[in-house]
Design a protein around this ligand. Structure first.
Ligand code: ACO
Length: 324
């Protein structure tokens, strides 16, 4: 069916209570607040409590997004959960969230594109909504990266945090949407880079969960170019530009990557939403967490043009441009 737009109805997020500061980390590994802030911009991150699973974080974010949208669980017929830290190998953590919400119709599945997961999930939900087969989607990013970190590896354990964010997308006929909704999305991956950021375990290979391993410099080297490429694609597809966007909400991996990408694209610093200082890198959860912060503090308003981007393990990378 032609002429359906996927319009944002609501946004919500959830962060676990426990906060781990750089000072806390300096007591665990040989690092310092100064090193972490200078290289990454991160000051603190949240960590899930024992027994608090990805599904629990995702559920709370989903409930907050439904409340923000003024909807109830039964209004939802599609759940896409972007995560690389599912509760179990299977079933999909999305079906746990579906069940906890009391939804018994439609479909729910997980999507795995590491830090790019939320952008990939928006593009996937948008494609499904535009067919008319589904009406309203919960698009969730939820992670417990604390469970796959090697807490003895100072090169990685200082970078990541736990959390969840969600948006509700609704398929609305174009004449009612009035230009709002997901305008374009651009997804990419290149598996030749898969050994630069990976987890050294899995059900088919080791039978263990494994730990995150990263060649930080290699990731950094590719990040800015890949991010800016897919944003240029989004601008070319829509005729929008660094000047016409209202907000740039990037994946929150590292302050230096965010600043360098914005600078390369000519995006004014005051348009950049940054939460990495207080959330760390929450992988697929970072964009919806940042969207919720910027929506709740009054920065993002209905009608605003919002640019999303992410890059992560695979490598995977992507952009999405939407009018709120
Ligand atoms: N505290 C103190 N020293 C440290 C720490 C730490 N936490 N970690 C590493 N070091 C040391 C290293 O051992 C090294 O010491 P040496 O010179 O004596 O050997 C020195 O600091 C420099 O190490 P590098 O790894 O070269 O440091 P770099 O300047 O590249 O910064 C960082 C490391 C922050 C990881 C950087 O490479 C980076 O930001 N990369 C991108 C990583 C990223 O964003 N990943 C996630 C994106 S994808 C996704 O979101 C899943």
């Amino acid at each position: 069916m032609i002429g359906i737009h996927s319009v944002v109805r609501g946004v919500g997020s959830y962060l676990p209570q426990k906060v781990l500061t750089n000072a806390d980390l300096a007591e665990m590994v040989d690092t310092s607040d100064e090193w972490i802030v200078q290289r990454t911009g991160i000051k603190e991150r949240h960590v899930a409590a024992e027994g608090e699973f990805t599904s629990a974080l995702g559920l709370k974010a989903a409930q907050a997004a439904l409340a923000d949208a003024g909807l109830v669980a039964d209004d939802i017929d599609l759940i896409i959960l972007a995560t690389s830290t599912p509760d179990q190998t299977f079933p999909a953590t999305a079906v746990t969230i579906q069940s906890e919400l009391g939804i018994t119709r439609g479909a729910a599945f997980d999507l795995q594109a590491v830090c790019s997961g939320f952008v990939f999930a928006i593009a996937t939900a948008d494609a499904h909504l535009r067919t008319g087969a589904f009406r309203r989607a919960l698009v969730i990013g939820a992670e417990t990266f604390s469970r796959i970190l090697d807490w003895n590896d100072r090169g990685t354990c200082v970078l990541f945090g736990d959390g969840a964010g969600a948006i509700v997308l609704e398929g609305v006929p174009a004449d009612e949407a009035k230009g709002r909704g997901v305008l374009t999305s651009h997804l990419r991956s290149d598996g030749r880079h898969r050994s630069k950021l990976f987890v050294d375990g899995g059900p088919s290979s080791t039978g263990t969960v494994g730990h995150l391993r990263m060649e930080g410099r290699e990731v950094f080297k590719h990040a800015v170019g890949m991010i800016t490429d897919v944003i240029v694609d989004a601008f070319a597809a829509t005729g929008e530009s660094a000047e016409t966007i209202d907000w740039f909400v990037p994946h929150q991996a590292n302050r230096r990557i965010i600043d360098a990408s914005a600078q390369k694209l000519g995006i004014a610093p005051e348009k950049v939403v940054t939460t990495v200082q207080s959330h760390g890198n929450t992988s697929a959860a970072s964009i919806p967490l940042a969207l919720d912060v910027a929506r709740k503090d009054g920065r993002i308003k209905p009608g605003d043009l919002v640019l999303l981007e992410a890059m992560g393990g695979g490598f995977t990378w992507g952009s999405a441009l939407l009018r709120w």
